[in-house]
Write a new protein. Structure first.
Length: 408
């Protein structure tokens, strides 16, 4: 059970019940509760009527002590009971404000209180139990509880955060507020749902993500808790092409060992495993679409007519390559730097081009990388295609593959 700092509590009673009222006052005080009672709080010279109304208005809870003395008594005690009912009407229906406490087997006459549960402090054997119940009601606050389906996640996996075990008073509906701390770049499917989700980010070392859940009830009482998720990078070794069983393509290169390799018709296709594809979440007007953009890395071997030309291709293709190369110089420079001498010599030849083509299908940026390289008889086209997020993730691996190319 979870408790909050003490709210203010007003005790209303008939003069004949002052002994019971003082006992309740002391027990609540000993529990750390801020209690207001006329005999304890009114100062000489104060306008007691104004002070009492002001204290009731500013209190979070109103304790009405009902007994055979108070229900049948005329006087200001009835004014207090009725005034508190009017204050109670300003509270939301789910909130607790009016606490009817029975000191004996009396009947509460007020129609507005008929459906409100009472706490009985009689017979004397029930006193301690009743006082404990009053303290629980006054000090109780919601309890935030957060769990997850993955305390350890791999980059690219979907992780669900569960707040549905949080507790409110008597099954009271709670409001949920999620936040990453400190705020970085994680996007939750919702920041106010009970069980939001997020995609584990791409990391190059184990990373700890911390999420905070704040729950709040209708009276504004709240509780906060946190949970940590560890995200592990996807690690892979390196394979080399060609292997013993691969045909001779006239070149060799290294690639991640968890990538899938297919060879057919003078073409090598490398694809990261499906589990490594990055889910992309698109949020718009409260709706979401999760999708994975496939990527490919292809090396194609084609016969060329001469050693230093691209005459295998039409003039239009050559022109497209040239224009794209001019428009993407900075990116190209980053990709081709630190290349082996043979490849750099080829790139420096005016007839040999590298280019990046950018297009925008379904409003998601997709980047295609074409690297054209040549040996004595064959043109090798290195083609890489991916969505923008995948491009950011794999570009260094692609660069390493390109840098590892050696002619056989």
């Amino acid at each position: 059970m979870s408790y909050t700092a003490s709210p203010k509590v007003f005790i209303s009673y008939a003069r004949e019940d002052i002994e019971s009222a003082s006992k309740i006052y002391n027990e609540l005080k000993n529990a750390g509760i801020d209690v207001w009672m006329d005999k304890k709080n009114l100062m000489p010279g104060q306008n007691w009527e104004n002070e009492i109304e002001d204290a009731i208005s500013k209190s979070r809870y109103f304790i009405a002590l009902f007994s055979s003395n108070s229900v049948s008594k005329r006087g200001y005690i009835q004014v207090e009971f009725k005034y508190a009912i009017e204050v109670f009407k300003k509270f939301p229906p789910e909130d607790i404000f009016y606490l009817p406490i029975r000191l004996d087997d009396c009947e509460i006459q007020y129609r507005e209180l008929k459906k409100i549960e009472t706490v009985d402090l009689f017979p004397i054997s029930k006193w301690d139990e009743g006082i404990k119940r009053i303290i629980q009601i006054i000090l109780y606050k919601p309890k935030a509880v957060v769990t997850t389906d993955k305390l350890v996640a791999k980059s690219g996996e979907i992780v669900t955060l569960f707040g549905n075990q949080s507790q409110g008073f008597k099954q009271e509906k709670l409001k949920y507020y999620w936040q990453e701390i400190p705020k970085k770049s994680i996007s939750l499917t919702s920041y106010t749902d009970i069980n939001p989700q997020f995609t584990a980010p791409i990391v190059d070392h184990e990373t700890v993500l911390t999420f905070m859940l704040k729950v709040m009830d209708n009276s504004g009482q709240e509780d906060i808790t946190t949970i940590q998720i560890r995200v592990k990078p996807i690690k892979s070794g390196v394979n080399s092409f060609p292997s013993k069983n691969d045909p001779n393509f006239g070149l060799s290169f290294d690639y991640p060992s968890d990538w899938i390799k297919n060879i057919a018709n003078n073409e090598i296709e490398l694809t990261p495993p499906t589990t490594n594809e990055i889910p992309i979440s698109i949020m718009q007007e409260g709706s979401s679409l999760d999708m994975t953009l496939p990527i490919k890395f292809i090396i194609t071997k084609k016969k060329v007519l001469t050693n230093n030309s691209l005459s295998y291709y039409t003039d239009k293709v050559i022109d497209d390559i040239y224009q794209a190369y001019r428009n993407s110089g900075k990116i190209v420079k980053n990709i081709i730097q630190n290349r082996d001498e043979t490849l750099n010599q080829w790139v420096s030849n005016i007839s040999h081009k590298i280019f990046i083509r950018i297009k925008y299908p379904i409003d998601i940026e997709e980047l295609d990388l074409f690297l054209l390289t040549i040996d004595r008889d064959y043109l090798y086209i290195l083609y890489y295609s991916a969505g923008e997020s995948n491009y950011d993730r794999y570009i260094k691996k692609i660069e390493k593959i390109i840098e590892s190319i050696r002619f056989i």
